[in-house]
Design a protein around this ligand. Sequence first.
Ligand SMILES: [Zn+2]
Length: 178
Amino acid sequence: MDERLPVDEALGIHVDTPAGHGDAHCFRNAGGIVTDDAIRSAMLTCNFFGTKEIVIVQHTQCGMLSANAQDLEKHFRDKGIDSDNIALDPTLPELKLEKGAFAKWIGMMDDVDVTCMKTIEAFRNHPLIPKDTVISGWIWEVETRRLRAPTLDPEKRARTDVTSVPFGVNGKQPARWS
Ligand SMILES: [Zn+2]
């Protein structure tokens, strides 16, 4: 959802045009991660609207690196909000988290590249996404305005902020894919 991630420029497409007939269905969310709503939209477009490819784009300097989700949960608890009993979707009260899963649900990350690779895997392995869908994931470098493949190679990540370390975040995030 970050305003520094220009999807059209990054991918060389026109998501929408004034006349309609855009190139892609674009779903944005905090961190560009797998959520139930991302799966819901991808399930619909890939099974029923003719979409053949999913492109995941995350980005450096992501705000989702800038705090530990447990501290964010505490923010709500300190305000008297019971994060174990929240209607995630008020129109679908059946959609519930297990007790203690709220921080994990927030989806903060330790490392953008690792998250991107896990996100690709999660879409590839999801039973509602057709097996022949082409799925790739990319990192938009805010610093250079370039797209690159996710990598663990320290050389290739050297000039960009892709972990929570520069943000001084304490502790590991509750990882969504564990
Ligand atoms: Zn972000």
